[in-house]
Design a protein around this ligand. Structure first.
Ligand code: GRF
Length: 201
């Protein structure tokens, strides 16, 4: 059965990458196969996770490339070299241009740690998202998987999962709960669904 080749782009610890790798090992992600991990931050722990699972890992940073155009050219070369059909942004912090996202229309997924349209867009990433949710006093938050377009966190929503905010939550406690109860469940499920869509079209 045809599989979709997946490239996962990361910047940090890679817990969402790990969820994808674990799903692949467990067979719950089987219409897609992770063929490449790219970090825009040298030495990101996510690259160690890739290495441990035998997945090729690359470091491609805008700084090292000397600008956005060269960065995206390098990304494109690596993606093409590995035959990637689908890109998954898993804690990836670099901005991708409208030209790049247009070239990969409906072939880039992102996981965002809130229920979009709340607490999303420019400046909302990592702990900042959970700090904003706690500051606003919302009782429910969660995670969203969406297609990526030229608007930060603005693409079509694919899946969402709600998570309760509890009294005494700190941003760190809330981030962990959203990861465990939403992100690490949603992302592999969405990866499998979209991989099947692309493989069967
Ligand atoms: C976390 O804030 C997560 O909520 C978001 O990206 C950040 C890093 O995640 N999706 P990871 O552990 O590198 O996957």
């Amino acid at each position: 059965m045809k599989q979709t080749k997946i490239a996962v782009l990361v910047s940090g610890g890679g817990t969402n990458l790990q969820a994808l790798l674990d799903a692949q090992a467990a067979g719950t992600l089987h219409r897609g196969r992770i063929v490449l991990v790219i970090s825009d931050r040298p030495g990101a722990f996510a690259l160690k996770r890739a290495e441990k699972s035998g997945v090729p890992g690359l470091e491609i940073s805008k700084k090292a490339c000397g600008g956005q155009a060269a960065f995206e050219q390098k990304l494109t070369e690596a993606l093409e070299d590995h035959g990637a059909d689908l890109i998954i942004l898993a804690g990836f912090l670099s901005i991708l241009s409208a030209d790049f996202t247009r070239a990969w229309d409906h072939r880039i997924l992102n996981i965002h740690p809130s229920l979009i349209p709340s607490f999303c867009g420019a400046g909302f990433y990592g702990l900042k998202v959970h700090e904003a949710a706690l500051a606003r006093g919302v009782k429910v938050t969660g995670a969203t998987v969406h297609y990526v377009n030229e608007i930060p966190d603005g693409g079509e929503i694919i899946a969402q999962k709600a998570v309760e905010i509890l009294p005494g939550d700190t941003p760190e406690i809330l981030q962990r709960r959203v990861m465990e109860q939403a992100e690490w469940i949603l992302l592999p499920q969405a990866a499998e669904t979209v991989s099947a869509l692309l493989a069967d079209r």
